[in-house]
Every structure is written in C-alpha cells, then in structure tokens.
Design a binder for this molecule. Sequence first.
Ligand code: ADP
Length: 577
Amino acid sequence: MLKKLLHLSDKGEKDLKRAIFVCVLANIILFLPFMVIMQAMQTIIAPLTMGTPLDTGRLWVLLVFGLLAAALYFIVYSVEYDKTYTTAYKESTNIRVEVAEHMRKLPLSFFNRKDLSELTTNIMGDCATIEQIMSHAVPQIAANTISILIVSVLLAIYDWRMTLALLFVLPISIGVIYLSRRIQKKYGERHVRAKLNVSKQIQEYLDGIKVVKAFGLSGEKSAALKAALKQMMKEAVAFEAIAGSFVTLSSIVLQVGIGVVILIGVNLLTAGKLDVIKFLTFTMISTRIYAPVLAILTMLAEVMYLFTSTKRMQQLREEPVMEGVTDIALPNCNIEFKDVTFAYNDEDVIKNLSISLRQNSVTALVGPSGSGKSTVTRLISRFWDVNKGEILVGDKNIRDIDPEALMKYMSFVFQDVVLFNDTVINNIRIGKQGATDEEVRTAAKIARCDEFINKMEKGYETLIGENGCTLSGGERQRISIARAILKDAPIVLLDEATASIDPENEVLIQEAISALIKGRTVIVIAHRLRTVAGANKIIVLQEGELFEEGTHEELLLKKGLYAKLWHIQQESMGWSV
Ligand code: ADP
C-alpha cells in the first residue's frame, strides 16, 4: 500500500520496510534504560518500604545494564539514521531521474497543456515532499504505532486498570485529528495552489524581465507577483493556524491523561489496591508515552497534506509516453502526409492535408503566417502525434517509430537557436554526442563559423553566456547549422530566418545552408520566396490546407496565392532598394 501511495520503486519499498523495522527496534530499545531506572528505583525504595538493607551490588549491575542499553541504543540509532535518511534521499533521487526520463518521452502536447513552473514544482517540490514523508513521517509513524502497541500490551499485562487510565485519552485525541482532516485538506490544497501560483508568477516575471526593464514596467508587472506572494502568505498562515489548532487541541486532550493516571493511581493506592512501584511506573510512563503519540498525530496531519503532492506526481507519471520501435532502418527518406488532420487544442490547425515530399530534393513550405508551416515540420519530427490520418517516412508510419529513433534521421535548423551555458565547442557537439574535436571543427568550418569563433577570446573553448547572449543572431544560426552538419542526418528541417540579418551574415548563412543541404532530403519553411525559387517543389499552405503545389515557374503561371505573395515581396524589395 505504501508503495502505491508514495509511488516507490521495488528497492525503495524494501528499504522503507527495513527503515521501519529499525525504527521500531530503536523505539523498543529506548525502553531498556527506562526499565533499568525502574529497577533501580525499586532497589532504592526497598529499604524504605520493607526495611531490608540497600542492595548496592544490584545497583552496580543495573549501572552496567544501563550503560549497555545506552550503547545498544546508540548503535541501533546510527543504523536507523542511515537507513531512513540515506534511503529516502537515494529514493527521491531515483524518483527525480525517473520522472525526468518519463517527461523526456512525453509528447509535446503534454508540455503545451502544462506550464513550466508547474513542472518544476512537480519535480523539485513534490520529490522533496516524498523525501520528507519517507525519511521522517512514514518510518516514525509506523514505528511509533508498533512500539506503542507493544508497550501497551506489556503494560496491560502488568496492570490493566492503570493501562486503561493511561490510554483512554488516545481515541479522543485521534478522533480530533480524524474529524479535522477535511478542513485540513481544504486549507492544505489552497496552500498548494497558492504556492503554484507564486512559482508561475515568478517564472512569468523573469521571462518578461527584458520587456519590464525596457519599458520601465517594474511597478505594474510586479503587482501580480506581489499579490500572489501575499496570497501565499495568507494561505500559509491560515493553514498553519488551522492545522496547529487541531494538533494543539489533541495534545491538550493527551495531557489530560497524565492527570487521569495520577487521579486513578492515588485512589487505587490509598485503597490499597496498587503498590507504590506500579504507581510510580505508570506516572513516569504517562509523561513519556504521549510524546510519540503526539508525534504521530502531528505527522498524520502533515502526511495528509503531503498526499496532495504525491497525487500530482502520480498523474504526471501516468501520462502516456510516445512509444514505437527503436530498431528501424528506413529504406528511403520520402515523406508522405495522408489525409492528416491535427489540432494543438480544439481547433484544427492542419486539415485533411495530403502531400508528398521526395527524398534528396528540396521542398519548400510557404504560406501566410499562421498557415501551419511550422506545425507540418513538428508533425514530421513527431513532436506531436496527428489526430487523424498518417505520416509516412520511408514508407513507415511514424506513429510506430520511437521518437528518439526517428530523430536520428533528422536534423533541425530553427530560428530560435537554444544555446547552453557551455563552451562553443560543446554547444556544437550537441549535434553528435561523442564527436571528436576535429569533427566539430570541420563542421564549424563548413558552417562558416570558424572565422568568428577564432576571433573569440579563447576560440572554441570560449564560454557562451546563458542562452548565448554574446552571439549575434547570424552567428547563432550558423552554430545551429554546424550542429546539423555534424549530426549528418539524411533529412534536414529548416526554418529560414525572417529577422533582417545584415547582408554579410546573410551570404554566409546561405553558404552554410547550401553546404548542409547538399544531397539530403530538405524541408524548408521559406519566408523570403526568392530564396526558395530554386526548390524542387513548393507547397503552398493556407489555413492548414494545401492551397497549391508545384515549382516556382508552375506556380507563377497559376497566378494563385504563391504568385500573389511573390509579387508583393518583389515590390517591397523594390521599395527597400
Ligand atoms: P506558421 O509556421 O505557418 O506561421 P504555425 O504552424 O506556427 O504557422 O501555426 C499554425 C497555427 O497553430 C496558428 O494558428 C498558431 O497560433 C497555432 N499554434 C502554433 N503553435 C501552437 C501551440 N504550441 N499551441 C497552440 N497553438 C499553436
């Protein structure tokens, strides 16, 4: 049951059981010194009650036992520490890696639905929560419950009347916590929601920091964040106050137990139905036994709250991943769309699209902005799965191909080039893990990167700032072309730059692209039609549908959308000259 609730691995479950066992052992051993003290007291009291001489020999033996018990407790406690904490941290590391792996295999549609901050909270926050439950709450709750049961049975055998006096407050205080669980859950969930909202607002604020600075919006834009933080504080205080009050109430109920033990004990004692030793034993135990009970109750409240996190984690782990055959050998690189319909959300973005793209040729996708060009490239690379119809690559339905295996056949040059905070050489090496320095440099040369890289302070070993702030748009584009050249995949998906790159950069980028696409199957999203006039086939999309297709000359003759766009662009170029 624990395994399911906490979504543990087999090993995690086994380790947790072991941790609980050691915890119980540690708790029981904790009673040994207590028993030694009781024995010692009995020995000391004996001369007073029975008039016998003080048995010092027995006291020495008890001292030795006491020391042994302390040593034993120390040993078991060290093991317990290792078992519970190390186990929890190891398991939460495993869970984090597992969740990250799982997310890697999820379709992008999943990320479209979720925002990044929620995912980060999920991986970091919820794992920390599970860690907390595993390292603290679960072993202690289990161990405390088991040891209290054992001790209660032993005490009942010793004197059932006093045991009853000791334990009758238990159900009442447990009842308080149990009855309050719904209110606690409600406030707990509100607190979690407020926390999520704060991370979302922080993410948004940081994402937009450039705009905020540029337009001096710090006041307005931080208002939402401030409000979210205030709300979180309110919810946190409300939750703590609610949870705290119930725990305090049940703790007060427990403390009443001490009074009851003394009251009943004194009554029995004066009536001669209880001896002094028993009375003292129960009085002492009453000051000790409620502490673990209270710990259980406090932790139970905590665990109830924490299960909100594990539930969310479970949903994430149950999201179906994209699957397919990993061992593929595509006989060719022809790409075919058969009656494909696709929607990111509800609205169809691609509608009954049937097109074919021949291998070893250049196919251009053109059309007005929002007509679905990028979507077509995303579908080819199986970032998303189609809703209807099928896409064949090398005569195989890509739905049956593992996305990572499919990716080996494709390389991308997109406009928004993601660069990592690493050296230039490692940033290019992303194209092919394990490529030698020589291979990377050759690719960089072909992509016309060599010159600007050599001008950098440390050449290929120069660190690129976070997300490559130190490179110009044209240089970033060439780095991404170098990656694609290094990857050497037979299919190249190219999103031609729209940004007005300076003429020198444009020439270099064109040269680099020409080197990249030689002898490959190329799909290019063309924004400037003159760059694709030479393509083997031009596919014109409008509102997700095939409007027309053909070569540049054929399409101009048709005098359709392409011809219109072509003329508009020619004119605007004329103006700009
Ligand atoms: P193009 O590349 O031709 O400009 P896109 O393929 O980017 O067109 O977009 C086609 C349509 O899909 C647009 O209406 C766009 O708003 C929508 N769209 C694109 N990406 C997403 C996304 N991640 N989530 C939801 N809608 C999207």
